[in-house]
Write a protein that binds this ligand. Structure first.
Ligand code: NAD
Ligand code: IPM
Ligand code: MN
Length: 350
């Protein structure tokens, strides 16, 4: 059981150190090997996704990633930017299914940006398509046209791409509350009309799941108006990126939101949904819980170790109940701790 560990940039190494300590404490005999990705990889090798990292990631059963990116690399040519490394590994490993659960732990009800009664008991799963859409569409670029600069990107999906993410979402809904909301912009975009059509065509195969459709602008609004109306949401790469950040705040902080990116065989890349947080990097204050909860998702989805996953999630619940809070979820009456102390608390709870 091999895990490729990619700490990345900014707070990446800080939160990863805690996640690795949790993994080691479980004593499940995982072999871990670290490699470069993102800005650190650009600095060391000139490319954000070096060949050595690619080889290690392909040979591993799972990849655990911190975060990539930062202002230092924002002016590089696009193909050398850290984010390209992340997109490349997702594409190369065929990780088309991105699962982003937004769960409100009762202890964080007051940290949510919404009123406690609106979010209490929130448990939604966003299923985001991850290897298609405008993120990867060609042609793309910025060119000189008609005497001015012209920027263009291409949104596209094949019906088979839509069908395979649709199946993941229907299956997930089947195991949960049996409600699936597909989010699109079919009133304007042809690609997403196809999205809606394919989701509708799949529905008869899942008679136990209730399928609904929603336009993305309304979905963004409904997520903050009455988020508990949702069980599973399925959407494309771009809308899913935006809606999952929005959903994270309902749970108290983006520092709480884990994610799993899976291929057809449940090989996966696991990472927090947040970025490298350059504003707090190096200070030892970042919340490591999203990364630690990503470890739990890895144990569950790639390694089938449900009991170990529940142990990690139980430990996170326990430290929240004990009042440990990093700065992003701090409120009066709780104890503010740093990244390492939060990791210590999770280890003690384990
Ligand atoms: P971000 O998620 O890094 O940060 C947004 C805000 O949330 C910041 O105020 C940050 O301090 C806070 N935050 C994020 N994670 C936190 C944590 N664990 N604990 C406490 N606070 C946390 O988003 P951004 O600022 O838009 O992007 C910064 C860089 O990260 C960019 O280069 C971007 O491309 C990159 N990024 C990478 C990933 C990834 O690697 N998966 C995801 C998103 C953004
Ligand atoms: C995420 C990030 C990435 C994305 C960026 C860094 C490429 O925002 O994982 O949500 O847009 O997918
Ligand atoms: Mn994002």
């Amino acid at each position: 059981m091999k895990i490729c560990v990619l700490p990345g940039d900014g707070i990446g190494p800080e939160i990863m150190a805690e996640a690795v300590r949790v993994l080691e404490a479980l004593e499940l005999g995982f072999e871990m090997e670290e490699a470069l990705i993102g800005g650190g990889a650009v600095d060391a090798t000139g490319t954000p996704y070096p060949e050595a990292t690619s080889r290690l990631a392909k040979a591993a059963d799972a990849v655990l990633l911190g975060a990539v990116g930062g202002p230092k690399w924002d002016t590089l040519p696009r193909e050398q930017r850290p984010e390209r490394g992340l997109l490349a590994i997702r594409k190369e490993l065929g990780l088309f299914a991105n699962l982003r659960p937004a769960i409100l732990y009762p202890e964080l009800a007051n940290a949510s940006s919404l009123k406690p009664e609106v979010v209490a008991g929130l448990d939604i799963l966003i299923v985001r398509e991850l290897t298609g859409d405008i993120y990867f569409g060609q042609p793309r670029g910025v060119e000189e046209r008609g005497g001015e600069r012209y920027g263009f990107n291409t949104m596209h999906y094949t019906e088979s791409e839509i069908r395979r993410i649709g199946r993941v979402a229907f299956e997930a809904a089947r195991k949960r509350g049996k409600r699936l909301c597909s989010v699109d912009k079919m009133n304007v975009l042809e690609t997403t009309q196809l999205w809606r059509d394919v989701m509708t065509e799949l529905a008869p195969e899942y008679p136990d799941v209730e399928l609904s459709h929603m336009l993305v602008d309304n979905a963004a609004m409904q997520l903050v108006r009455a988020p508990k109306q949702f069980d599973v949401m399925v959407t494309g790469n771009m809308f899913g990126d935006i809606l999952s950040d929005e959903a994270s705040m309902l749970t108290g902080s983006i520092g709480m939101l884990p994610s799993a990116s899976l291929d057809e065989n449940n090989k996966g890349l696991y990472e927090p949904s947040h970025g490298s947080a350059p504003d707090i990097a190096g200070k030892g204050v970042a919340n490591p819980l999203a990364t630690i909860l990503s470890v739990a998702m890895m144990l569950r989805y790639t390694f089938g170790r449900e009991e170990a996953a529940l142990r990690v999630e139980g430990a996170v619940k326990k430290v929240l109940a004990q009042g440990y809070r990093t700065g992003d979820i701090f409120e009066p009456g709780t104890s503010r701790v740093g990244t390492r102390q939060m990791g210590d608390a999770v280890l003690a709870a384990l």
